[in-house]
Design a protein around this ligand. Structure first.
Ligand code: PLP
Length: 356
């Protein structure tokens, strides 16, 4: 019940244990095609260029930036937590001229400030983290997308924590490059990073003046394995991890996206209500709270690390600590994917009561 990995359902564990076949076996190609189609449904996009990268969520982040940045490009990163900071680091390493717009940790990105900033320069990429796992804040991804419509900038969104737990409407929001990870609301072990590029992003990739400066994550090469009638080897696909993702996506789509999102919200409300009974307060305002990552203020008289340690050793429950300026000030309780169930909320509330 921390910030990920989340609990893994039995269907995913069963899929991981199935026989490993070859990465060019026609039966495996069929599995890959189903994964792409299911990812599009969960991401609410028609983007043809949608596939899982080998690596964790950060590999998804690197994939988006490394394929889309050319040295000297002006990039704007909206930052209100750890993962926005990581985006800045990644973009700077690629030789981009990075500007950032920073907001207080625990507060959302302000759309008006973004509007003013994008009028000041010709940004090639504007990037934001949809669900800031480090603070529990939902950023206004749809509204930022609205600002960027009809502008040349590529809109790049981190959906590591949001995908599969709340709506991520890529096409409706005008998202051009999106990445996620498997270990949060997709309820799989860590190890894959689903990414999606719009036609605009694919065109930018094709029109590059220079080669993508990373062979492993070069989408112009990887598409030859993931797309088309004839597939060719790029790197050995992590076969069993992909079986796991296939099963995780099936679980979500069988339940239905609407029901899945409602289950996350219901678990979140149950948690907030129960925390209130224990005298604990959420650290984030109601209008921008994430359902799947709940930041809770640590009361001043409480040793936050001791509570986490008792939860783990006495109750077998992991919750997360605060990061950066929020270290020691908040706990982070994850209700991601298969974890977002009423019995888990009951258990963590009971354990917290005992520990406190
Ligand atoms: N972005 C967000 C919002 C995250 O929460 C995380 C991980 O927690 C990452 C990126 C990086 O993903 P990973 O740790 O899987 O590389």
């Amino acid at each position: 019940m921390g910030p990920g990995p989340s609990c893994v359902p039995p269907q995913v564990y069963a899929a991981l244990a199935r026989p490993t076949i070859g990465h060019l076996d026609p039966r495996f190609i069929a599995v890959m095609d189903e994964i792409k189609s299911m990812l599009r449904q969960v991401m609410q996009t028609d983007n043809q260029c949608t596939m899982p990268m080998s690596g964790t969520g950060s590999a998804g982040m690197e994939t988006c930036f490394v394929n889309l940045i050319e040295p000297g490009d002006r990039v704007l990163i909206l930052i209100n937590g750890v993962f926005g900071m990581r985006m800045k680091d990644v973009a700077e390493r690629l030789g981009a001229r990075v500007d950032s717009l920073e907001f207080e940790w625990g507060r959302p990105v302000e759309v008006e400030a973004v509007r003013e900033k994008i009028d000041q320069a010709d940004y090639r990429i504007v990037a934001v983290v949809h669900a800031e796992t480090s603070t529990g804040v939902a950023n206004p991804a749809a509204e930022i997308g609205e600002l960027l419509k009809d502008r040349p900038a590529i809109y790049l969104v981190d959906g590591v924590t949001s995908l599969g737990g709340m709506p991520t409407r890529l096409d409706q929001w005008g998202v051009d490059a999106f990445y996620s990870g498997t270990q949060k609301c997709l309820s799989c072990p860590p190890g894959l990073a689903p990414v999606s590029f719009s036609e605009k992003a694919v065109a930018k990739l094709h029109n590059r003046r220079s080669k993508v400066p990373n062979w492993y994550l070069d989408l112009s090469l990887i598409v030859n394995y993931w797309q088309g009638a004839r597939r060719s080897y790029h790197h050995t696909a992590p076969i069993n991890m992909l079986y796991g993702l296939h099963a995780g996506l099936e679980v979500i789509l069988d339940e239905g996206l609407k029901t899945v999102f409602a289950r996350h919200l219901a678990a979140h409300r149950q948690l907030i209500e129960g925390l209130g009974r224990l005298g604990l307060e959420p650290a984030v305002r109601p209008e921008c709270r994430l359902p799947m990552l709940n930041a809770v203020r640590v009361p001043p008289e409480v040793d936050e690390a001791a509570v986490r340690s008792r939860l783990l050793t006495e109750h077998g429950i992991e919750i997360g600590a605060g990061l950066g300026p929020l270290a020691g000030k908040i706990w982070r309780i994850g209700l991601m994917g298969h974890t977002a169930r009423p019995e888990n909320v009951e258990r963590v509330l009971h354990a917290l009561q005992q520990a406190l």
